[in-house]
Design a protein around this ligand. Structure first.
Ligand SMILES: Cc1ncc(COP(=O)(O)O)c(C=O)c1O
Length: 362
C-alpha cells in the first residue's frame, strides 16, 4: 500500500475536471491515459450503463446478445472490417492480433519497431521495445524482431517471405508521441503485401483523437488487422481486434470479452462521438507550446507531445500544483491526451499553464 501513499487521490470527476480529497479541482488533460474521451461522468453514458446493469450484464462468449450487434453497428458507421474479436484491454487486443497473424499466415516472425509500446502481457511485451518494460521477464516469446521506426531501408531489409506480420503504431504513444512518416507506412504496406505478411496497426492510443476515427486513415493505407482499447467504451474495460479475414471459432477467447455491459458502453460512446462530431473537432483544438525549453510540439489533434530539452518528469508535479493533470511519454516529453469534449478555450488555458510553468522554472 506504500506505493499509493504519495499519489494524488482522486474522488470524483465531471466533464474535463476531476477533484481530489481536499476539494481541489484539476483539468484532466491525460484522462486516464487517453481513456475518458467523453470526459468524466457523462450522463447519457452513465444512464445507459446503469440500465444495462439492471437488464443483462453477463452472457458468456457462447451466446450472442443485442448489445454486441449494437456496438458493431455503431462501429460500422466509422469502419468496415470482416471480423471483430472483443477482449478487455489494449494488451489483449494486441495479443489476439499476434495470434491471429500467426494462425492466418502459418508463419512465426513478427516485426515490431524500436520505441514501440504494445502492452505488457508476454506477446505484446515481446513487441514492446523498451528494456525497462522487458527486463526481468525474459525469456519473452520467440520470433520477434525490432527494426528502427521510420527507417524505410531497415523495413526493406527485414521484411521477407518469413515474415508473418509487421506491427506498428501510426503515432507512437508511450515512445514519445512520434508520428510515423507517410513513406514508411506505405513501404510497410507494400512489403507486407508482396511477402504475404499482414500489417497490424495498433490504434490503442491513437484512435479517435487525430481528426480521423483511426490515425492510419491519414496515410490512406488499409491495414489487415487493427487493435483498439482505451477510450472505446469511455472507461469500461474493453479491447477490440479487427481483421479482414475470419478466425475459426474457438481458436481464441475470453470470459469477459464482449460482455453486454462493455458493448453497451462502447455503442453509447461511439453514438455520442458521432452525434457530437467530436472526432472532426479534435484538430481545431490542438495547441503548440512554445518557449526556450521546448524543442517541438508533435503529434496530431488531441494526441500531443511536448518535447523538452530536459527531463519532463518534474513538470508533471508542478503542473499538478497549478491544477493541470498531464503525464510523460519517454523521459523528455509532456503528454496530453485530453477528453475530446475539451473546448478550445480550455486547451488555450492548458497551453498558457504549461508555458507559464516552464518559464517560471529558471
Ligand atoms: C499503442 C498501445 N498499445 C497497447 C497498449 C496496452 O493497452 P492496455 O494498457 O490497455 O493493456 C497501450 C497502452 O498504453 C498502447 O498505448
Amino acid at each position: 500500500m506504500n506505493l499509493y501513499r504519495k499519489r494524488l487521490k482522486l474522488i470524483k470527476g465531471k466533464g474535463v475536471y476531476v477533484w481530489d480529497e481536499d476539494g481541489n479541482r484539476y483539468l484532466d488533460a491525460i484522462a486516464g491515459i487517453g481513456v475518458a474521451i467523453l470526459g468524466h461522468s457523462n450522463e447519457e453514458l452513465a444512464g445507459a450503463i446503469s440500465e444495462q446493469v439492471e437488464k443483462l450484464m453477463v452472457a458468456g462468449p457462447m451466446f450472442h446478445h443485442e448489445e454486441k450487434d449494437e456496438a458493431l453497428g455503431e462501429l460500422s458507421r466509422f469502419l468496415s472490417f470482416e471480423y471483430a474479436y472483443f477482449g478487455n484491454s489494449g494488451t489483449e487486443a494486441v495479443e489476439a492480433a499476434l495470434k491471429f497473424a500467426r494462425l492466418y499466415t502459418g508463419k512465426k516472425e513478427i516485426i515490431a519497431m524500436t520505441n514501440a509500446f504494445h502492452g505488457r502481457t508476454f506477446g505484446s511485451l515481446s513487441a514492446t521495445w523498451k528494456k525497462k518494460y522487458r527486463e526481468g521477464f525474459e525469456p519473452l516469446v520467440p520470433g520477434f524482431k525490432h527494426i528502427p521506426f521510420n527507417s524505410v531501408e531497415a523495413a526493406k531489409d527485414a521484411i521477407t517471405k518469413e515474415t508473418a506480420a509487421v506491427i506498428v503504431e501510426p503515432i507512437q504513444g508511450e515512445g514519445g508521441i512520434i508520428p510515423a512518416k507517410e513513406e514508411f507506412i506505405k513501404t510497410l504496406r507494400d512489403l507486407t503485401h508482396d511477402n504475404d505478411a499482414l500489417l497490424i496497426v495498433d490504434e490503442v492510443q491513437s484512435a479517435f483523437r487525430t481528426g480521423k476515427f483511426l490515425a492510419i486513415e491519414h496515410y490512406k493505407v488499409q491495414p489487415d488487422i487493427v487493435t483498439m482499447g482505451k477510450g472505446l467504451a469511455n472507461g469500461v474495460p474493453i479491447g477490440l481486434t479487427l481483421a479482414n479475414f475470419d478466425i475459426p471459432r474457438g481458436k481464441h477467447g475470453s470470459t469477459f470479452g464482449g460482455n453486454p455491459l462493455a458493448c453497451k458502453a462502447m455503442a453509447t460512446t461511439l453514438r455520442i462521438l458521432r452525434r457530437e462530431n467530436l472526432i472532426e473537432k479534435a484538430n481545431k483544438k490542438s495547441i503548440i507550446v512554445g518557449g526556450d525549453k521546448v524543442i517541438m510540439t508533435r503529434g496530431k489533434g488531441l494526441m500531443i507531445g511536448i518535447l523538452l530539452k530536459e527531463n519532463a518528469g518534474k513538470y508533471v508535479k508542478m503542473l499538478q500544483d497549478k491544477g493541470l493533470l498531464v503525464n510523460t511519454a519517454g523521459s523528455r516529453v509532456i503528454r496530453l491526451l485530453p477528453p475530446l469534449i475539451i473546448t478550445k478555450e480550455q486547451m488555450l488555458w492548458v497551453k498558457e499553464t504549461i508555458e507559464g510553468v516552464l518559464n517560471e522554472d529558471q
